[in-house]
Design a protein around this ligand. Structure first.
Ligand code: AMP
Ligand code: MG
Length: 326
């Protein structure tokens, strides 16, 4: 199907991908159409080996080689200078191309069997939470794609880290499965795109996808940031007085302080990777149950907590309830 220019969804270790032949312009057009994705949001190209990379770039920067050696296959996407072989619609007209070698055995087997690089954004309708289970893909794309390979639940549950290695200093354009702390081990100089942390709407993120409200449930969502006692106080107040059906997404530690009903569990506060793994599934469950408001507990921006908070804030459209500093 991939060789024929059709769309096939498949599991990866991050989230499910919606794949098409990365070298076929018509196949790529189908991705944008099925997802309802804005055409200025470029795709990640998935490869199974280094010779596929060499065809897609003008050169592999030394910075990129370092990261490949340490983190490939895995949840790290590298932005590199593109070659002429890659169609414009894949890169949304940019002079760079984003490439990743997934570690999921099914993903690698698919790319290998196709014998082609596969462009694959997340297999959700644009704007909806990313799919971490095969049934999420069916929910969004049934009837719009040729096939799906259903595997187990995604291991990470958040998308890959996007790292720009075209400059002198490597820059994180999107936090993800390979954390900043892990990147610091090979690049002491690594930086984070300042637009990611800025509330200034005029600052343009370098990763085009970061400017969209993403991963969004239908409910009105807010993220709670502060001490446990602050989060408890706000959540209790909300549960008692809010109109409409709502839920609090809380760590074990916060959930223990709240009544049982209308509190959904994100796992231990010490393990943001569990929360990251559950977040998108819970947000979809909110839609299925017609939840009208969501209060999500914020985590520390460390390790996978950085990717988790990035996705939570986007899902909430930037709505954060913060404890005033004393
Ligand atoms: P998705 O596969 O749906 O998770 O989205 C792919 C992400 O990779 C988007 O946020 C894009 O903005 C980003 N991306 C893809 N290509 C590039 C590129 N050449 N430069 C910067 N970011 C990119
Ligand atoms: Mg996506």
């Amino acid at each position: 199907m991939i060789r024929n220019g059709s769309l096939v969804a498949f599991p990866t270790e991050t989230v499910y991908g919606l794949g098409a032949n990365a070298l076929n312009t018509e196949a790529i057009a189908k991705i944008y159409q099925a997802k309802g994705r804005p055409s200025d949001n470029p795709l990640i190209v998935h490869v199974a080996n280094l010779s596929m990379v060499e065809e897609l770039v003008t050169e592999i920067p030394p910075l990129a080689r370092k990261a490949m050696k340490r983190f490939w296959p895995g949840p790290l996407t590298l932005v590199m200078p593109r070659s002429k072989k890659i169609p414009d619609c894949v890169t949304a007209g940019l002079e760079t191309v984003a490439i990743r070698m997934p570690s999921h055995p099914v993903a690698i087997a698919l790319i290998d069997a196709a014998g082609l690089p596969i462009a694959a954004p997340s297999a959700n309708r644009s704007g909806r939470p990313s799919p971490t289970k095969g049934e999420h893909v069916v929910e969004d794309l049934d009837g719009l794609i040729a096939g799906i390979i259903i595997g187990v639940e995604s291991q990470f549950g958040v998308e890959s880290t996007v790292l720009d290695v075209t400059g002198k200093v490597p820059e994180i354009l999107r936090p993800g499965g390979v954390t900043r702390e892990m990147l610091l081990e090979i690049y002491p100089e690594v930086r984070v795109d300042p637009a990611l942390e800025s509330v200034d709407a005029n600052r343009k993120p370098k990763s085009p996808g970061q400017k969209y409200r993403h991963y969004a449930p239908k409910a009105k969502m807010a993220v709670l940031q502060g001490s446990l006692s602050f989060k408890k106080e706000v959540a209790l107040e909300r549960l008692k007085h809010s109109q409409g059906r709502g839920v609090v997404l809380a760590s074990d530690e916060l959930a223990r302080e709240l009544p049982d009903v209308d509190v959904w569990n994100l796992g231990s506060y010490a393990h943001p990777e569990i929360a990251a793994n559950r977040l998108f599934d819970l947000l979809r469950m909110c839609d299925a149950r017609k939840i009208e408001w969501i209060l999500a507990e914020g985590y520390k921006e460390e390790g996978l907590g950085a990717a988790l908070m990035n996705r939570m804030r986007k899902a909430a459209g930037g709505h954060v309830i913060k404890e005033e500093k004393q």
